[in-house]
Design a protein around this ligand. Structure first.
Ligand SMILES: [Zn+2]
Length: 109
């Protein structure tokens, strides 16, 4: 058993668990009920934790968790198309309207 992820928000832990499940990786959540009983943002030692059963898949788990968290961060930041000024959701790297690629702010045109 190894801990692969922990967050104050049980929803995030559940989301990560679902993705790992879909890759055939068996996991258990610890502290699930502790934090629910606290009624507010729990101290870090009470955060829900996601543990994998099979330690041999730990590295694969870490990568998946990073991908999931990276996708979450990207979604939080929509961008504007430099050509047609359409607002594009953060998970897309191309404009759905005119096909222009994403450019970093201040980058060369
Ligand atoms: Zn565009």
């Amino acid at each position: 058993m190894k801990k692969v992820y922990s967050a104050a928000n049980i929803t995030m832990v559940g989301l990560v668990k679902d993705v790992l499940d879909s890759h055939g990786i068996r996991t258990v959540i610890r502290n699930q009920f502790l934090s629910a009983a606290a009624g507010e943002l729990p101290p870090i030692e009470c955060w829900p934790e996601l543990w994998i059963i099979d330690d041999r898949r730990y590295e694969q788990c870490r990568q998946l968790v990073e991908e999931i968290l990276g996708a979450e961060n990207t979604q939080a930041a929509p961008w504007q198309c430099p050509d047609c000024h359409e607002e594009i959701e953060g998970q897309f790297s191309q404009c759905w309207r005119c096909g222009a690629g994403r450019r970093e702010p201040g980058g060369k045109q």
